[in-house]
Design a protein around this ligand. Structure first.
Ligand code: BGC
Length: 734
């Protein structure tokens, strides 16, 4: 099968120095688990990782992280007694190709061993999208210029760690009679993991084999002989279950490989349903761009990365800021999910969006606990979230510029807009899908509890006669401990008002349910009146004479520095000036007021939009600030008709991981940027706007794009927008 270049990402050289970046880019997975693109035989410095969604474990001191699962990938080849390794001998040919259309990772190698023997090797692997518990890899091995032996070692390695910390304890294993399994458990959270593997070797000559029952690393060995030009086929198929999925994960894994259900070799058997499942995914969400191959590939790459991180069958997990593809942020979920990634799912795969939103609903108790511990009412969602909804932001971390120093992280304490973001995402989902049932049964409760949090967190300023939110961090994290961040205040007001309207709606739709909410949550009239009072009197710093919104109180008094004069630079402004230094100047890490204008456009008129765009764009660290920024900046530029600006910001987002713009792609995919790329194409260039009444499209294509096609679902109906092309560019009602 010839891969289409607009559907692939590839590399033509083995580059140990950038292997961590390549591992992130070549991640394969199916939403249940993801495996970084490490090579089967393993290299020094690699970050060889498989993460299973929701499998968190604790580490000292009160931190929790996704646990790197025992390695299913491992495969060693001995060619006439010489170990196959690319860092020895000579590489005569090398190519790795990730087919985004099917999630297939292929590596083609021609290798001359230190003894001068040349072999051709074709590796392929995928994790099944049709049966998320099954993973498979195969290798075709062809000696070119020698007759010799091939020996294959395929293990399940439980001796893995998260950059030093070991999460797994051994429960049992076997490696005999062709059976290979490993049973382990996370140390603290006690999640059991069952893995079973089957190794097949076939070729023209007889096959021999045995097993090595090394503790915590059971391994199967197979041997055969090959003549020049003959090919041997090696296949390793691995089943993975955890006690989050079934009560007896080991039994389930072993049963999954029973030859009665999975013939040997298994590749073709697994491939067909897997490829079909991918075809269905892409049919629902593909975006095509003519006239810009780089953008085309980058968009598909972004969607691929989101799709392999998305929970299809589990509503108790979210998607971490680094998806399931790296150690960055320890697998924790941020507002990145609701505001940046979720719209893609809401509009193309609403069932997945529903799972992601349900995760927050199931974690309400954790959020209630956080509010209570901080002396507030209702639900305060954590800035960083893992499995329980309790706050998991580390309070101290090593300072990136000098790891011998520790830095206090305040986001978990005071970056409070996250709770409103969850409500916003709920509304967006509701508007797009019309899923009243979900809003009635789950969304409403989240909303009421968050509104109650805002009302109790607000402080009355007697002299100014207004409600305020003091000591917060807004989206722009260059400035912490600020008062009255406009974004936070506006979203507190929005949540309070929307929650009140929502309660009226529930009362109308289902009076018994409304009565139940009022009783169970003890929502009395006094509290509802407070919501209204707070909403009416929340301070919002808008200056009618200039149209500017002050990002927070006193922002305009911070020192204005000339960003252009700092060029050329390869570091963020915060990196150059230090945390304290950056706090004193106006440079922002990511859009804050503009983010507000994007999400709540009704707050800004045309003049104000232009004024804020000009003011804040000049003060934003676009290149090295947050990866969340460029896509939003691109959308706002589109809305203001600034096409060239828009493309410049968009392509910056599109390159974030493919080109490793910030030098940290090795830590995992920037999930928010990937989601932002979709939004920039659809809501920015593609001009889609949606509200309760319907949708409209006002395109702003970059001059060199010949055609853009995207699809989305509105109230269950699939819509395909083909630009430029004939309308109608709106739903009937809009
Ligand atoms: C950004 C946050 C973001 C977090 C995780 C930070 O650098 O400022 O907005 O939520 O990264 O991606």
């Amino acid at each position: 099968m010839q891969a289409d270049s607009l559907w692939t990402v590839s590399e033509d050289q083995f580059e140990p120095k950038r292997q961590n970046h390549a591992e992130t880019v070549f991640t394969t997975g199916n939403g249940y688990l993801s495996t970084r693109g490490a090579m089967e035989e393993g290299y020094p410095g690699e970050r060889r990782t498989t993460f299973i969604s929701g499998v968190f474990d604790d580490i000292p001191i009160s931190l929790t992280e996704l646990a790197n699962a025992p390695d299913w990938l491992e495969l060693h080849l001995l060619l006439s007694g010489e170990v196959f390794r690319l860092d020895q001998g000579e590489i005569l040919g090398f190519q790795r190709v990730l087919d985004l259309r099917t999630g297939l990772l292929r590596r083609s190698v021609r290798w001359r061993s230190p003894m001068g023997r040349t072999t051709r090797l074709e590796f392929e692997r995928f994790s099944s999208l049709a049966d998320p518990h099954l993973n498979i890899l195969r290798v075709r091995v062809t000696p070119e210029d020698y007759a010799g032996t091939l020996e294959v070692h395929a293990g399940l390695n439980g001796d893995v760690d998260n950059e030093g910390f070991k999460h797994w304890e051994w429960l049992g294993q076997a490696a005999h009679n062709g059976s290979l399994w490993l049973h382990t458990r996370t140390r603290k959270t006690h999640i059991e993991l069952g893995q079973a593997a089957r190794l097949t070797l076939s070729g023209p000559a007889p096959i021999q084999g045995d097993g090595w029952d090394v503790h915590n690393h059971p391994t199967l060995v197979r041997r055969t002989a090959l003549q020049p030009g003959q090919t041997a086929y090696v296949e390793k198929v691995v089943a993975v279950y955890t006690s989050r999925d079934v009560p007896q994960p080991l039994n389930a894994a072993r049963a999954g490989l029973d030859p009665a259900v999975l013939p040997s070799p298994a590749w073709d058997h697994l491939w067909e349903p897997h490829a079909k499942a991918w075809e269905k995914e892409w049919a629902a969400c593909d975006v095509t761009i003519e006239g810009d191959d780089e953008a085309q590939i980058a968009v598909r790459f972004s969607l691929y990365q989101l799709l392999i991180a998305a929970p299809r069958r589990d509503e108790r997990v979210s998607i971490g800021a680094k998806t399931l593809s790296g150690y960055g942020y320890r697998g924790h979920a941020f507002w990145d999910t609701e505001i940046f990634m979720l719209p893609f799912f809401t509009y193309t795969r609403p069932e997945i969006a529903r799972n992601l939103l349900s995760y927050r609903y199931h974690n309400l108790d954790g959020a209630r606990k956080k509010a209570r511990n901080n002396g507030f009412k209702g639900a305060q969602f954590p800035w960083e979230s893992a499995s329980t909804g309790e706050e998991v932001t580390p309070t101290w971390v090593p300072y990136f510029a000098d790891p011998t120093k520790m830095v206090r992280i305040w986001t978990g304490d005071i970056e409070i807009h996250i709770s409103a973001m969850i409500c916003f995402a709920l509304c967006q989902y509701w508007t797009a899908t019309g899923d009243d049932e979900f809003m009635l049964q789950r969304g409403a409760e989240v909303f009421f509890e968050v509104a109650r949090f805002w009302a109790s967190r607000a402080e009355w300023n007697k002299s100014a006669e207004r409600y305020e939110f003091r000591d917060v961090i807004g989206p722009d994290e260059n400035h912490d401990h600020v008062d009255n961040n406009a974004f936070t205040n506006a979203f507190a007001r929005w949540t309070l008002r929307t929650a009140r309207r929502l309660l009226d709606w529930v009362e109308q739709r289902d009076p018994a349910l409304a009565a139940d909410y009022r009783a169970r949550l003890q929502l009395d009239e006094a509290e509802l009146t407070l919501w209204q009072k707070v909403a009416e009197k929340i301070y919002f710093a808008y200056d009618p004479s200039t149209g500017l919104v002050e990002q927070f109180e006193g922002y305009f008094q911070r020192r204005d520095i000339d960003l252009a004069a700092m060029e050329p630079r390869t570091e963020s402004v915060q990196g150059l000036l230090g945390i304290e230094g950056a706090n004193l100047v106006q440079v922002i890490k990511q859009p804050d007021v503009l983010m507000l204008a994007y999400l709540l456009p009704e707050l800004f008129d045309e003049r104000s939009l232009h004024a804020n765009y000009d003011y804040y764009t000049a003060r934003t660290d676009h290149t090295y600030g947050s990866s969340l920024g460029p896509s939003i900046q691109a959308i706002m530029a589109c809305r203001l008709g600034r096409q060239e600006d828009a493309y410049e910001h968009f392509i910056r987002a599109a390159r974030a991981d493919l080109r490793d713009v910030r030098g940290n792609a090795g830590d995992g995919i920037h999930g928010a940027s990937a989601g932002g790329v979709w939004q920039a194409v659809v809501f920015g260039f593609g001009g889609l706007r949606v509200n309760e009444k319907g949708w409209t499209v006002q395109p702003h294509l970059p001059a060199h794009w010949k055609r853009l096609t995207y699809r989305f679902k509105f109230r269950g109906q699939e819509q395909v927008i083909d630009l430029p092309g004939k309308g109608p560019f709106s739903s009937e009602e809009a």
